[in-house]
Write a protein that binds this ligand. Sequence first.
Ligand code: SF4
Length: 335
Amino acid sequence: MNKKAIGLLSGGLDSSLAVRIMLDIGIEVIALNFLSPFCTCTRKGAGCKSEALKASKQFGIKSKTLFLGEKYLEMVKSPKYGYGSNMNPCIDCRIMMFKDAKQFMIDENASFIFTGEVLGQRPMSQRRDTMSIIERDSGLKGLIVRPLSAQFLKPTLPEINGIINRNRLLKIRGRSRKHQMALAEEKGIYDYPCASGGCLLTDYHFVKRLKDLYRFQNPISLNDARLLRVGRHLRINDRCKIIVGRNKEENEKLEKLVQPGDHVFRSIEYKGPLVVAKGKIENGAMETISTITAHYSKAPKLTKILVEVCKYPDYKLPPQEACSLDEKAVKNLLL
Ligand code: SF4
């Protein structure tokens, strides 16, 4: 074994502390950050990737970001170890990350992996039993060091082999971040994002949309997953759903995400949202979508307006005459 390790670094408090501890005990660290189609960040304007990059720069270490794409979407649909409190498949998610981290460790000729995980902090993936399942299934038995909780856990191979002095590792467990915050101050780590950000799979409203997508579409694409973050989503029928931009920024995002074959609706005379319809437009769906487009436009209530319809990218259909739906009818379709 050598003194080189891969540190999973999100840029948050715990993973930043773990990196600091390992650097302080003389380990050469390469940071690895994962992005999934469902990760988010609490800081406006900053993504998870930029937090990790910023932290690596502050530590002066090399870093790499890996994106978990389509295979992640497949895993979330039916995870081997099930879901947490919402649709978060934390055990399978960690196994997938660690498998990729293992490959990265081999490629970089590093000897082990470490994380900022704290025993008992997360109810699903940071329990003693699930940590050991994750290690086993990712093929990393004895090779994952958790510096913040190490004294509560079995010695790992780098400790057994004298690469790391176990006495320099910590004894923190539980959900409180009191110890970590005090330690961060001591070690001069001040700028870390709030711990409550992270994963849309724990967000009830987001998950409602995701469940609908898995139910009515197979397979789903990364573009479909990206669309779940934008606008209001309304299911018109089993074969069609629409996304309605809520403001200029969302209309622009929708414009970038629209795919060939999607139908795009917008009011001609009044300001209003961009409406993207995914799936088949049949059995009165054209009329319903046009009335929803009118409903969310700036047209006075009960005014008949003209709605432009285009099959993306350039097939224009005849404009539709439409009048807004009543609030209750629209609410019933909302996901
Ligand atoms: S909260 Fe989300 S990102 Fe974190 S382990 Fe669970 S599924 Fe993965």
